[in-house]
Design a protein around this ligand. Structure first.
Ligand code: BGC
Length: 257
């Protein structure tokens, strides 16, 4: 049987980001995508109805399936309901995203915070695989996302990008979008990140920091410049982490129900 023929049994992962919506079936045994991923631009405004329509189009490009779908959302997700929207359309706040997407796709859908999905995937298959103790995964992008995973168990919605550091919201001072907007050198940015990661270190005493987000592909330029005691490594799954983590969450939710 070919990979695509088997794909209908695999949970499907969707990464809903500010610029693009990407999705693919995920082979959880392999910890990898089970087929080519598809990508559609995020609609503007990215309202629940517009995003649901894009999800339908995206999923329709794959073999029919009843397998569960996981979706990453860049906000606080509590039991399927969106509780914050720092970088997405305000109309999401209060929306029952699980119900809206399940109705739109006629499949069981579970949403998860984007950084939590990436964190789970890195712990299960990536840079933190096999690591015990406290792992803090941060994603450096438009904002700063965080996942706190202790001995493989996620504490959801940690939102450490919104910590106040030196009187400022951390992600407004140290996200990758700020580096780009202000034209910071790697050294200048690393100095800000040092203050940020030292704060996390003081508060949580983690065993490992994993640094994700698109900029992690340039990790050699800034990671060695961050001065912390804790081991700090780049994420391994790159832009697949969200899709894989989302599918993992969907599959685990299915096992519980
Ligand atoms: C949001 C988080 C999200 C992070 C990364 C923050 O602004 O509050 O929920 O994980 O951005 O997208």
């Amino acid at each position: 049987m070919s990979r695509m023929e088997r794909a209908d049994e695999h949970p499907f992962g969707i990464d809903f980001g500010g610029t693009g919506i990407k999705g693919a079936p995920v082979d959880l045994a392999a910890g990898d995508l089970a087929g080519e991923k598809a990508k559609i631009d995020t609609p503007r405004p990215a309202t629940p109805a517009a995003v649901s329509a894009v999800f339908q189009e995206l999923v329709a490009g794959f073999p029919p399936s009843h397998a569960a779908v996981g979706v990453t959302v860049p906000g606080v997700m509590v039991h399927g309901v969106v509780r914050s929207a720092a970088n997405i359309d305000r109309s999401w706040v209060g929306a029952d995203a699980d119900a809206i997407f399940s109705e739109a796709l006629q499949r069981e859908v579970h949403v998860v915070n984007d950084a939590d999905a990436a964190g789970l995937a890195e712990v299960e298959y990536g840079a933190a695989r096999g690591r015990s103790g406290l792992v803090i995964v941060t994603t450096l992008g438009t904002g700063i996302g965080s996942a706190l995973v202790h001995d493989g168990v996620l504490v959801p919605n940690s939102e450490l990008g919104h910590l106040q550091v030196e009187g400022r919201v951390a992600e407004k001072h140290a996200a990758n979008s700020v580096r780009e907007r202000e034209g910071l050198s790697w050294e200048e940015w690393a100095a800000r990140l040092t203050v940020y990661y030292r704060t996390l270190e003081r508060l949580f005493t983690p065993d490992l920091f994993v640094v994700g987000g698109g900029v992690s592909k340039s990790a050699d330029k800034f990671l060695p410049l961050i001065e912390v005691e804790t081991e700090i490594v780049p994420a391994a799954l790159r832009n697949k982490a969200g899709i894989i983590g989302a599918a993992l969450v969907a599959s685990r939710a299915g096992l519980r129900s």
